[in-house]
Design a binder for this molecule. Structure first.
Ligand code: SF4
Ligand code: SF4
Length: 379
C-alpha cells in the first residue's frame, strides 16, 4: 500500500508540469521562491503558483562556476547554475523570482541572477527582535505584495491573504502529520521515503493534491505502525538530521546513514520541520505573516535561539539516539553554529553528535561512509 502511494506520488509529480503549463496558458502566473523566509501566501493570494527553486543537484554546478567562485556553497552554485543553463523547468515557468538577503553568498548571487530574470529581493533582518525589526520586515512584505499585484494585475485583498494563510496552514499541518509518523519506534517510513515525499509535494501546483497525498501516506503509515510493520528492526539507531537544507540530488548523507544501518527519523532543517509552522489566522494577515516568517530559526539569524528550542523539542519527541549536523562547504553560518550545537547536544542530552561538511559531489562518498559507519557503531 505504501509502495502504491509512492507510485501515485510519482504520477502526480509527472502530471504536475502539465498542471503548471495549463495554469499558465490560462493567463495565470508562477512565482519562484529561493528561501523559506519569503511568504508564499502572497503568490497563492494572487492565484499564482509558488515554486521552490533552491538547487539541490550537482549537474548545473559546472555551468555556475563559469561565473561564480568555486569556493561557494553548492546550494548557491546549483541554484544559479540551473538558472544560467536554462535546465530547470520551474525556473523557466517563473514569471518573477523572490529571494531574500539571507547569507552573503546568496544575496550577491541574486545580483547576477537578476540579469537572467527579474529578482525581487526582500531585505531580511538578521535578528528576530520584534520591537526593532518587525516594522521594516512588514514593509518588505507589503512591497512584495505590491510587486505581485503589478505582475498578476490582481488586487490582493486581506481576505485573499487570509484564505491563502488557511490553505497553506492546512498544507503545513499535513506536512507535520507526515513528518510525525516517524515518531513511531521503529518508524514505518524510511528517511529517504520521507525526503522524497517532502521534496516532490513542494512543487505541486495544486495544493489540495499535495495535502491529500500526504494525508493518505500518513494514514497508511499510522496503520502500519499499529500493526508493527516497519522496514527497521527494534533498536535501529534513530538519527536527527540538522543543519543545511537538502533535497533529492543532495541526499547522500541520508542515503549513507540508512545504508549504514540507521533510521533517519527527523529533519530539523528548512526542508523539514522548520517549514511546518502555523501562521496565526486571527491577526491582521500581513502582521501574522511578518511575525511568523521572521521567527524561522535559520543560522542566518544572529543569535539563533529558536534552533536550540526546536532541537530540544525534536530530540525528545522523536526518541533520538544520535544527531548529525550537516554543513554545505563554504556555509559559514551553519559551520560556525555547529560548535554550539555540538555542545548543546552533548551537554544537554549526552547524545552522540557528528558534524559533516561536504558538497553535492560524490567525490567524498567513501570517506563519509567510513566516518558514518563508525558513528553508527558508537551508538
Ligand atoms: S537554510 Fe536558511 S537561508 Fe538557506 S534556504 Fe533555508 S531558511 Fe533560507
Ligand atoms: S546553506 Fe548556508 S551558504 Fe548555502 S545558501 Fe543556505 S545559508 Fe547560504
Amino acid at each position: 500500500m505504501k509502495a502504491q502511494l509512492l507510485k501515485k506520488l510519482q504520477q502526480i509529480t509527472e502530471q504536475n508540469l502539465i498542471d503548471i503549463e495549463t495554469h499558465k496558458e490560462k493567463g495565470n502566473q508562477a512565482i519562484g521562491f529561493y528561501c523559506l523566509y519569503a511568504p508564499t501566501e502572497l503568490a497563492v493570494a494572487a492565484n499564482a503558483i509558488p515554486l521552490p527553486l533552491c538547487g539541490t543537484r550537482q549537474d548545473p554546478i559546472e555551468a555556475a562556476e563559469e561565473v561564480l567562485p568555486r569556493n561557494l556553497c553548492p546550494l548557491i552554485k546549483s541554484s544559479y547554475g540551473f538558472a544560467a543553463s536554462h535546465t530547470c523547468p520551474f525556473f523557466k515557468f517563473s514569471d518573477l523570482i523572490v529571494a531574500d538577503t539571507t547569507c552573503d553568498g546568496k544575496k550577491k548571487m541574486f545580483e547576477l541572477m537578476n540579469e537572467i530574470k527579474p529578482v525581487h529581493v526582500l531585505q531580511l533582518p538578521q535578528q528576530q527582535k520584534i520591537d526593532l525589526f518587525l516594522a521594516p520586515w512588514k514593509k518588505e512584505i507589503e512591497q512584495l505584495k505590491q510587486e505581485v499585484e503589478n505582475l498578476t494585475g490582481k488586487t490582493i485583498t486581506s481576505q485573499d491573504i487570509s484564505d491563502a494563510i488557511r490553505l497553506l496552514n492546512r498544507e503545513r499541518r499535513a506536512l507535520k502529520r507526515l513528518m510525525d509518523v516517524t515518531k513511531a519506534n521503529p518508524s514505518p517510513l524510511t528517511g529517504m521515503e520521507l525526503l522524497e515525499v517532502l521534496f516532490k509535494t513542494g512543487f505541486f501546483a495544486d495544493k489540495e493534491k499535495g495535502i491529500a497525498i500526504m494525508n493518505e501516506i500518513s494514514d497508511v503509515c499510522e496503520t502500519l505502525s499499529l500493526n508493527n510493520q516497519t522496514p527497521y528492526t527494534p533498536g535501529t539507531p534513530r538519527i536527527l538530521l540538522t543543519g543545511v537544507p537538502i533535497g533529492l540530488g543532495s541526499d547522500k548523507i541520508v542515503n549513507i546513514l540508512e545504508e549504514s544501518g540507521a533510521s533517519v527519523v527527523a529533519f530539523e532543517n528548512c526542508s523539514g520541520y522548520k517549514k511546518a509552522f502555523q501562521v496565526d489566522e486571527n491577526k491582521d494577515p500581513i502582521t501574522a505573516l511578518a511575525e511568523q516568517y521572521l521567527s524561522i530559526p535559520c543560522s542566518v539569524m544572529s543569535p539563533n535561539p529558536g534552533r536550540f528550542e526546536l532541537l530540544e523539542e525534536m530530540i525528545s519527541e522523536f526518541s533520538i539516539d544520535g544527531v548529525v549536523d550537516l554543513t554545505w562547504q563554504a556555509c559559514h553560518t551553519y559551520n560556525i553554529e555547529a560548535h554550539k550545537i555540538q555542545e548543546f547536544v552533548s551537554d544537554r542530552f549526552s547524545l552522540p553528535y557528528l558534524h559533516i561538511e561536504t558538497d553535492y559531489s560524490e567525490s567524498d562518498t567513501e570517506q563519509l561512509r567510513v566516518r558514518i559507519e563508525a558513528f553508527i557503531e558508537m551508538i
